[in-house]
Every structure is written in C-alpha cells, then in structure tokens.
Design a protein around this ligand. Sequence first.
Ligand code: LMR
Length: 394
Amino acid sequence: MFNTLKSQPVDKIMALMQMYREDAREGKIDLGVGVYKNALGVTPVMRAVKAAEKVLWDVEGTKSYTGLAGDPAFGKALSGLVLGDTVDADRLSMAAQPGGTGAIHQAVELIKMANPDATIWLSAPTWPNHPSIIKHLGMAMAEYRYFDNETRAVDFDGMMEDLKGVKAGDAVLLHGCCHNPTGANLNVEQWKEVATLIEAKGATPFIDIAYQGFGDGLEEDAAGVRLVAQMVPETMVAASCSKNFGIYRERTGLLFTVSNDAAQAKVTQQNLTHLNRQNFSFPPDHGARLVTMILEDDGLKADWMAELEEVRTGMLGLRTQLADALRERSGSDRFGFIADHRGMFSRLGASPEQVEKMRVDHGIYMVGDSRMNIAGLNEATIPVLADAIIAAGV
Ligand code: LMR
C-alpha cells in the first residue's frame, strides 16, 4: 500500500531549521523559524510558567481526561485575553486545540462543514502553512494583495480592491497582529474598513492571532480582533499561546467563534466538540492549565505581563538598532520600515539570490522570501547582519 504514496514537499521553514542545525560555522545567525530567543540565543521558560508548573506539580491530583473541548476555564481565560469584554459570553463557542496550527486546521474543517463551497481568502503573502492546510483539506482559496514590496508597508488599496471579490459564505483569513511573514500591520481605521467590507459581503472573518503582546502591547494587539468581533455578526479566531507564553512544545491553542446569537452558539459548540472528537478526542491539557493558572492569578499574571513586555520592548530595541545600522551604512532611510514593522518578523525585500548569498557568505539564515526573525538578533550580530545586507546589494 505504501508504494502508492507520493513524496511530500518539505515545509520551507522546517527545512531552513534543519540547514541551520547542520551548519558547522561558528557565528552563524538564525533568523529563521518564529521562535523567540533572548540576547543569549535561548528560548527561556517564562518565570510565571515555571512558577505555575511548581504549583501544578503540588496540586494536580489526576491526569484523567478533561472535556472534549478542553477545560472551559481555559477557553474563558484565553478568549477573554483576546476579546476583553467586547462580546457577550453566550455568543461564544470554543474548543482547545494542539497549538495555533491545530486551531487553524480545525477552523478550516469547521468552514468545510458549514460551507464546502466557501473560498478562503489569504493575504499575499501569508504563513506558508495556511495555504498548505487549506489545500490538504480540499478547500478553495484565493489571495488578496497585502504587502507593497516597494514601501514594505500594507498595500491597503490593493487589499480592499481584491476583497471586493469576496462572496457571501466565504471566509477571510486575517492576521490579528504582527503579520507573518511581513511585519506590516493594519491600523485601527483600516481594520474598521475591512470589517465593514466583510460584513457587507456576508463573509466570515477568520483571524489568526499567534503573537498577541509581541507588537504594540497585549491590549493594542487585540484591537483589530475586538473591532471585527463587534462589527461582524460571526467571527472565528485561532489563538496560540506558543509565543506569548513561550510554551511552544506544549501545543496550546484555542479555536473560538462568535455566533450571531446564543442559540447558534450552542450548535456551533456541538460542531467544535464533534471535530475534536473526530480528530484527536481530548486536546492536550498541560499548557492550557498553566495558561489558565497564570491568567486567573493576579500575581502570576502581573509577572507574565511584565516579562512579555520585556520581550516586546527588547524586540523593538533590536528593530531600531538594525534600522539605525542600515541607515549609517546605506546613507539612506530606505530600511526605516524595519523600525515601523511590529512583531517577531520583518520582510526585508531581498531577492532569493540575495538571501542565499547572505547564507552562503555569512551564515545568516532567513526564510527564502527574506523574512527575518528579529528576535534572532542581538547587539553583537546587528552590525554583522547590516554589513551582510549591504554587501548582498539589498
Ligand atoms: C513560523 O512562522 O516560523 C512559526 O509560526 C513556526 C512554524 O510553525 O512555522
């Protein structure tokens, strides 16, 4: 039977991770996979996570199953972090998922169950696993313009023009904040215009929020999702705790939906629970439990927020330093966008050949579309990268 299997394309981010590991050069710089690293190149366990784990070790009396949709307290805590109090609780349905990727997969399955003829609209570019999952599940997709390669900012006119093609029953995938891979984000006015258009079209917004707290702040980064959830009758949100709680390998995510009314929310909930049962039964609990403990405890939450803020401002500092170093070397402001972008990534705008040259000549690893993970930098490597960017002729 297996001899009928075809070989599968390798995920380009995963392939880059492997190449970096295999590079024996000292001084190699990893700007590839979206994992936060501190100045020492370490992805630390956050203080509040460690503290919660200690408590959990003491108090956890069973490892028996939770609910099919996970512990409702987790759903309440995480959807609350994203939405604040903008939506009535009885319009929400939710199910814990194995990470943000699990939530996206399940969201696409939900769309397929609700409307197999839906087209899912993606920003050009987007996280490569978005189209990959949608294709895997056999759904149609379309692209809307998003990034202006000249200005390295959002091509908002192009985006709105393309979204005019959205049909009733389609879903529009939006990055809640810290757009991956570009780092260019919508402002609040633009979010309003997008929400108005989606509402007028009778489509459903599908928001992927994987970096809340990495951009302009926890509340600020959720402003777009909150607006959409208030302005459009139905919304779906895939939220990840991998980055902002630093619990990547614990696979902690949530898919939640806002339905038109409480009766619909009950039916949506049954469908989310059903999908979990079909795909993996019970979602992983350890990470979800830690997140719940942190968000429900004032002390732990304050410490988590403080550490997240250190992470966020640290990345902003790296952005400014890199933009300054490039201003000095290029004698121009053309790299100013690096300081304006938000989140872990910036798309540099280098050609694949230039990206390859930086890898071969300097051991600098960025994704082939020139996405850089800013958190892979530190004070010592910024001048090295700035020199390499100029030497590559970017
Ligand atoms: C990334 O974009 O690098 C991260 O979201 C990690 C991944 O799974 O691709």
